[in-house]
Design a protein around this ligand. Structure first.
Ligand SMILES: [Zn+2]
Length: 367
């Protein structure tokens, strides 16, 4: 009887703890960000006047760089007297609370404490890998992150044949009992040239990389110059411009990161050039002992210590990611020059930055 009482109590506790925190008029509902939406259009759709929209933008400067994609939802709560919005940046962990009470508006940033759930998906590749992934979880973010896991392993799309198996686990992030967005893809497996290659997402500080023990054995001359590897655009020496049809090569790789993220020297080197120009924005060029050059464009800031001839060691911070020069969205354009020719950086860099090497080695050793 005593045992039964405990069990019953446990059940009551379990059920009550699953009750939504907000009920009735205070309940949030989630809305999808739609094509073409930005903060202003979302405010307009939810009854904010032009003046109120301006007040919101002026209240927190983070709102001006808010980055929204179709993969993210926002929350809305309305009562007869007030409207509250919670808007989540798609690229960072940042969120904003916007409150309208009568004519008054308030807006501020906050760090959301998401409830995390996991989803596992598996399938086979028919048609494109990207399309096959999206058929399982309809999210551009998730499919792109999966591709990021294999950026250093896949030289050609033909490495993944028809019928190749894939699987992954991804985080689902909730606030106020509503699904907001997908988080990190945590575990992946993909048949490459017939062999299942498994990766784990290893968190490190604010970033993290996709990793397999095999990656430690790769004998590549450079480490990654960033702590979070998300590829926005790859090396394409013969890229055709979609409108002009002219060859407009992309001679580096673009790492998509928020403004201010650190950029590290990927190997010991010496600063041969740095400065600012119209196309590259703030840039740095490093020369390394193996005779190769690496360059970094669109930097928000060049580290104050940087001067011509300065020696830097692997893992030293040299600047910050930004969007200076010809740039529409913050990223690091990273290029590698070998014997006077630009080469594909992914063939020359490891899957992780220098400061993570020891940490990853320890993880492998403890397994
Ligand atoms: Zn680029």
């Amino acid at each position: 009887m005593y045992n039964l009482a405990i069990i019953v109590c446990a059940f009551i506790f379990a059920f009550t703890s699953y009750q939504p925190a907000e009920v009735g008029a205070n309940t949030f509902t989630a809305k999808q960000v739609r094509l073409g939406d930005n903060l202003l259009s979302i405010l307009r759709q939810n009854g904010f006047s032009e003046k109120q929209r301006e007040q919101v933008i002026a209240a927190d400067k983070g709102l001006r760089t808010l980055f929204l994609t179709l993969d993210t939802r926002y929350l809305i709560r309305t009562t007869p007297t007030e409207t509250e919005l919670r808007i989540f940046d798609s690229q960072t962990s940042q969120a904003f609370r916007v409150l309208k009470k009568g004519a008054r508006v308030e807006a501020s940033s906050y760090q959301p404490k998401f409830t995390v759930k996991h989803t596992k998906a598996e399938g086979r590749v028919y048609g494109s890998l990207m399309g096959s992934l999206m058929a399982k979880v309809n999210s551009n973010w998730v499919a792109t992150r999966f591709m990021d896991a294999y950026v250093f392993d896949m030289a050609h799309s033909r490495d993944v044949v028809r019928g190749a198996r894939f699987s992954f686990t991804v985080e689902r992030l909730y606030e106020a009992n509503q699904f907001i967005k997908y988080g990190e893809v945590l575990n992946t497996s993909l048949d490459i040239r017939g062999i299942a290659v498994q990766k784990k997402f290893v968190r490190y500080k604010d970033g993290g990389v996709f990793f397999s023990a095999q990656d430690l054995l790769e004998n590549r001359p450079f480490f990654a110059p960033v702590e979070y590897i998300k590829i926005a655009s790859r090396f394409k020496p013969n890229r055709l411009h979609p409108i002009t049809g002219r060859v407009q090569p992309h001679l580096g790789i673009d790492f998509e990161l928020p403004v201010g993220d650190p950029v590290f020297a990927p190997r010991k080197g010496i600063i041969v050039r740095y400065g600012n120009n119209r196309a590259a924005g703030n840039f740095i060029v490093l020369l390394h002992s193996n005779g190769m050059e690496t360059s970094y464009n669109h930097l928000h800031k060049i580290d104050k210590r940087i001067r011509q001839g300065l020696k830097v060691s692997a893992g030293e911070k040299i600047g910050e990611v930004g969007c200076t020069g010809y740039c529409t969205r913050a990223h690091l354009h990273f290029a590698v020059k070998k014997k006077g020719r630009m080469v594909d950086p992914v063939k020359y860099i490891k899957a992780y930055p220098p400061q993570m090497e020891r940490y990853l080695e320890e993880r492998v050793a403890s397994n």
